[in-house]
Write a protein that binds this ligand. Structure first.
Ligand code: ADP
Ligand code: LRH
Length: 495
């Protein structure tokens, strides 16, 4: 086997990193080369990603790779969060700054869209849970505000595709990232032309779809010059961060649910076919595309965003806490009397998170958490309860019991959350790897090089290289009882 040094660039919604992966054929080692904050910018009342800064950080990562390793990487691949995109014209100009999915311009778009394409029809056609920020709704909002027709030469590139374009000069759409858009046919794994025919966008916006593990091209010559680096293949791995994270789950069975824990908590299972029925629709499940022809049947749960936003808010008030300190505060403060629904869209936009959590508890007739430890505890317990509820729903959809939970991603550094998840679900939790997304990205590059084969082979490498931590359920009776209170709040809300 060849010895491969590869570079993964993983842009999460809260931070980005470049990770060096060294693959020997059976084992992978990874090292963080560069990490940077991903801070959106509000400008003129809209919320944007700072694309230019992010591209700059990417270049810094490539430079740092060279400095640290004195090597030219065998390849590079970018993955990012879902749904967002940029528009590029025929001359390669980026038309405006990519919007952040939390921007408010799509607040009412979904309901308007349902007037012409009913919610159920849309779910049946795409398998995608309607969320206001799905690309389909972003494009509709954009179309409504367009004053000029779009040029025939304009292409839509999802965030990873956009980075790949500016790296390689090749415009292509990677399948897993496109699957978050709400514009694909989930069975055919291609653009849903029938749906697109009902929508007012120019079909010329959409480029060809490539499957995860495709080499797109090589670094543009001007970049090679700027970075003083040789010819580097640019690979479309599994470009949606969650798809990459799922690739690197250290398990060879199918008797578990995964939770990819970062800004979002993506909880689900891998299936061979989309699950599109009355129940998956009612419970807001989505069918995203995975590597190797798999479907990721999962739910987008608001996740540690709630904690991130409290942290940011308290910082603005002058109290800078680390995540470790926040976890410690919640570990000491054991008593929790209230829950929020981490799927509720009231928590989507940035700003004043502690107050929104208090308001939610007040409006649902619960004790209002006042102090920081009370709020943090409320968030972490609410997330664990949501995981329990989601597990029940997945088991119902599959018609079988799932024995374990695999948690991956930066959020598993919150060991309290891992333990609470074991307690609430009554399942053993296996936690790791933390850098699951970058690892999945790197191993899909190895696949593109022909150095690893099936998903199981990839996962065997992960098992051998990054053994997970184990959390055994505790206090399960008390948690079962508490779950009943959580469900009452949830039910009273939907009445
Ligand atoms: P994303 O990729 O969406 O930006 P990450 O996978 O990097 O997110 O995970 C970020 C989350 O991990 C943070 O919101 C935070 O809650 C959690 N986290 C990061 N570091 C720590 C830590 N040292 N202790 C506890 N939690 C942490
Ligand atoms: C997580 C994630 C998730 C959703 C959201 C927009 O980072 O990719 O799977 O798509 O971002």
């Amino acid at each position: 086997n060849k010895h491969l040094n590869m570079l993964a660039v993983d842009f999460g919604a809260s931070s980005g990193r470049t990770i060096w992966g060294e693959f020997t054929g059976s084992k992978l080692t990874v090292q963080e080369i560069h990490r940077f904050a991903n801070e959106p910018v509000e400008l003129g009342g809209s919320l944007y990603w700072d694309f230019l800064r992010l591209f700059h950080e990417l270049k810094k990562g490539v430079r740092a790779f060279k400095q640290v390793t004195s090597k030219t990487p065998a390849s590079i691949a970018v993955d990012t969060w879902g749904v967002d995109y940029g528009l590029v014209d025929g001359n390669g100009n980026l038309l405006g700054n990519p919007y952040h999915y939390r921007d408010a311009r799509t607040n009412a778009t979904m309901e308007t869209c349902f007037k012409s394409i009913p919610r159920t029809e849309l779910f049946e056609r795409t398998g995608i849970q309607p969320l206001q920020f799905n690309t389909i709704f972003q494009l509709l909002a954009w179309q409504q505000s367009c004053t000029r027709p779009v040029g025939e030469d304009v292409r839509l590139l999802f965030m990873p595709d956009l980075f790949h374009y500016y790296l390689s000069g090749v415009k292509a759409t990677e399948y897993t990232i496109a699957s978050t858009s709400g514009l694909l046919d989930p069975a055919a794994r291609s653009w849903n032309r029938e749906l697109l025919g009902k929508l007012p966008f120019a079909q010329s916006l959409f480029t060809d779809i490539v499957m995860p593990g495709t080499q797109l091209g090589t670094l543009r010559s001007e970049l090679r010059e700027e970075l003083a680096i040789g010819s580097v293949p640019v690979v479309a791995a599994a470009s949606h961060d969650t798809a990459s994270a799922v690739v690197s789950i250290p398990a060879l069975t199918n008797n578990y649910a995964f939770i990819s824990c970062g800004t979002w908590s993506l909880m689900g299972v891998e299936t061979d076919k989309p699950v599109i029925n009355e129940w998956s629709e009612r419970w807001s499940f989505t069918n995203e595309g995975g590597a190797e022809q798999k479907i990721r049947l999962l739910k987008n749960i608001m996740g540690l965003w709630l904690l991130q936003e409290c942290k940011r808010h308290w910082e603005l008030e002058g109290d800078s806490l680390t995540y470790a300190q926040m976890q410690e505060m919640a570990a000491v403060h054991k008593h929790n009397a209230s829950y929020v629904d981490p799927e509720d869209p009231v928590f989507l936009a940035p700003g004043h998170m502690p107050d929104r959590i208090r308001a939610y508890c007040r409006d649902t007739g619960q004790t209002v958490p006042q102090t920081k430890p009370e709020i943090i505890r409320c968030i972490l317990e609410s997330l664990s309860m949501k995981f329990k509820q989601t597990l029940d729903e997945i088991e119902f959809l599959l018609g079988r019991r799932l024995e374990h939970i695999h948690m991956v991603g930066g959020g598993i550094q919150n060991t309290l959350l891992c333990q609470l998840t074991a307690n609430a679900t009554g399942r053993t939790v296996f936690a790791g790897p933390i850098e699951a997304t970058a690892i999945g990205n790197i191993l899909m590059q190895a696949k593109a090089h022909g150095e690893v084969g099936s998903l199981n082979e990839i996962r065997q490498v992960v098992i051998d290289s990054f053994p997970p931590d184990r959390y055994v359920p505790a206090d399960t009776d008390a948690w079962q009882e508490a779950y009943q209170s959580y469900k009452k709040i949830d039910e009273s809300k939907s009445e």
